[in-house]
Design a protein around this ligand. Structure first.
Ligand code: 3PG
Length: 306
């Protein structure tokens, strides 16, 4: 089978080598499309491929219809909002992710962003410490739990909201449960977002929630920009001089935000949460193994469009 590794933001060389090794040893051919400039480059590259490994690359309905031999797409990572699942399902293409494989890298970045904001962008201005502060974790899945556990080691008090977990499960994973998003925001000096981008979560975090946060609060978004209501964020930051927003997923209105709010807002230039050598190897090799296994045995364990 022909497998396309399509990564607009390439994996570390070690991960690419591992992916190629696993797939070629399983009898497949690997072709690479890295750092491509246009979406049309991806559309053109899929014409004769049977499988695709992607990161945040957009597998749209156009990509799927341009790939008549396509059988499987593996998103090497967690969030698969960049894949048109209905188009894939209609074309009988299996879509998988590699849950948990890059979580530690994202969790470490979330903590790093908190420290960066607490220390005023690493300037000599007097900052503050994370110890003793309250951290709210919105969604206590693979990344959220790691953020919670690492924050506890720093002396933070961790609460979490997760509608898919029982109170007992949240407590067992190291956090105090809360039962509403309002309660979570109201009790968080730092609020770390780990919800996926779904129809129900799009623009779900806006003015009303942000205005509930305690004085001096910081929102940390290493999830997706689409879950933020950017007009509401702008309004809340305008009305609350103490509020801060830091993110690994740059808002569309970032220029306006930095112009108006300076050090109170920061976004990484390009999403870098999962961009460590370790996470690249973990997620990339998992994707390669899942494809090899799918073609060898039909295993669809990580399928997300069942
Ligand atoms: C994910 O959903 O796994 C993360 O957002 C990482 O995305 P990336 O592979 O584009 O860095």
């Amino acid at each position: 089978m022909k497998v396309l590794l399509a990564t607009q933001k390439p994996f570390a060389a070690k991960a690419v080598e591992g992916i190629v090794k696993i797939l070629t040893e399983a009898g497949h051919e690997v072709v690479k499309l890295e750092k491509y400039a246009e979406q049309s480059d991806l559309v053109a590259a899929v014409a004769d491929v049977d499988a695709i490994i992607i990161r945040s690359d957009k597998v749209t309905a156009e990509v799927i219809s341009a790939a008549p031999k396509l059988k499987i797409v593996v998103r090497a990572g967690a969030g698969y909002d960049n894949v048109d699942l209905s188009a894939a399902t209609a074309a009988k293409v299996v879509v998988m992710n590699t849950p948990g494989q890059n979580s530690n890298a994202v969790a470490e970045l979330a903590l790093g962003l908190m420290i960066f904001m607490a220390r005023t962008h690493f300037t000599p201005a007097t900052g503050s410490e994370l110890q003793g502060k309250r951290l709210g974790v919105q969604a206590y899945g693979n990344v959220g739990r790691l953020v919670g556990q690492k924050a506890k080691a720093l002396g933070m008090k961790v609460t979490a909201l997760d509608p898919f977990l029982t109170d007992e499960q949240i407590v067992a994973a190291g956090a105090e449960p809360v039962h509403s998003v309002e309660e979570l925001y109201a009790a968080s000096d730092y609020l770390s977002i780990h919800i996926p981008a779904l129809p129900a979560t799009l623009r779900s975090i806006g003015y009303d929630l942000l205005m509930k946060m305690p004085k001096g609060a910081t929102v940390v978004n290493t999830a997706r920009k689409e879950v933020i209501d950017e007009d509401g964020l702008l309004k809340a930051l305008s009305e609350r001089e103490d509020l801060k927003y830091v993110t690994d997923v740059m808002p569309d209105n970032y220029d306006e935000l930095t112009k108006k709010f300076g050090y109170r807002v920061f976004a990484t230039p390009k999403k870098m949460g999962a961009q460590t050598s370790e996470a690249n190897v973990n997620a990339g090799l998992a994707a390669a193994r899942q494809i090899a296994d799918f073609f060898a045995t039909g295993n669809t364990k990580f399928q997300v469009n069942k």
